[in-house]
Design a protein. Sequence first.
Length: 474
Amino acid sequence: MKRYEALAADVEESIRTGVLRPGDRVPSVRHTSASRGVSASTVFQAYYLLEARGLIRARERSGYYVAGLGEDAARLPPEPDLSSQPADASIAVDVSDRVFEILDASKTREVVPLGSAFPSPLLFPWARLGQSLAASAKSLDPWSTVADLTPGNADLRRQIAQRYLADGLQVHTDEIVITDGALEALNLCLGAVTRPGDSVIVESPTFYGALQALERLGLQAIEVPTHPREGVDLAALAHAIERHAPAACWLMTTFQNPLGSLMPTPKKKALVALLAQHGIPLIEDDVYAELYFGDKRPLPAKAFDTQGLVMHCSSFSKCLAPGYRIGWAAPGRYAKAVARSKLTSTLGASAPVQAGLAHYLERGGFDKHLRRLRLTLANQQAPMVQAVARHFPAGTRATRPVGGYFLWVELPEHVDALALHRAALAHGISVAPGPIFSASQAFANCVRLNYGHAWDDRTEAAVATLGRLAGGAG
């Protein structure tokens, strides 16, 4: 049991035995941190877990209070607890038409964005970013429009390298290639290590952007069983490697989209060792790593790479500046190939935007913003899980991620997620149906829900409507 789980178990026992009664104030984060000898982040994570279980409630500027053992706590949906079971096959990918149809239908702000891939744009420090953009633009060296072509702005790459260093990773600035968002970084890495007709291992379910990239490059998908809490099954991965001889793996080891799963650190280390044994590059999609709810940012698989086979990709789109389209790749031994591909495709990312982000990061404030963002996301998860418990049909299961902003919801087997998506749109609600996350069109009764937008009466009503539609679906 992890420290935050042990703390949560102790507080829950105190509530169940009557030591803490409904309405009582739970010991403060500061007091509990000191008395238990744990970090404030550990206490927060324990309290987030108790809140998700419906046992405590946060009051603004006042702390946490016991909510009692009401209906919400008794009826919270169980978590999915089994790995997926995809076919052991190499599959031609054909998902883009369906993905485009679903994404296009949920862009308007009038739609309640439960199916959105992004957190609320209101959660980001636009004023501070604007000031940095303006300040850097005033002193912008005209020659930077040439100098900041691939691999990108040197100051920004240095700031990114320093964030790696804070986690104990030695990533040289020369290895980092600035891209137009993480998706370009991922696509460039994929193109650098594959040729049309190759097979690539992906999770099941997986990010639909990975499937679209495979489809565009004429690659085959090998879907590997994935657990909703701990990520890809390493035994199944080893079997897939032996049987299919893949050219690469594209995996999301931290707060995977759509599951929200977090691969434990020892498992990440074993993953890197397994792939190194076979000389297989890992394209690591790590765009949610800053959105953790625990003590510290989870280490990426890149941290255990000694052979330059891990191609680490991330961006600022999910944690700081959506719409700025600034991402990067740290592709190890493939850095030169990725840089050349970037140079011959889009030349470079926006010079003024790179300079503005570098200015913002140099002046601090990013970590303060991230703490605020993480707290908001964690606090918004609990009411959504509780609403799913109240409104969704019996037999529903839902994940409890410890980071990011997605819930993966398994509905009863008779529910058709695509039909639910269409019915929800008619009521002004978007959802992300399970089949778009699978090359084999699996997960027909699953949906991904986004809790990264404000929890208010409109969102509560949307979840209630969604649950009613799911309950009536056949």
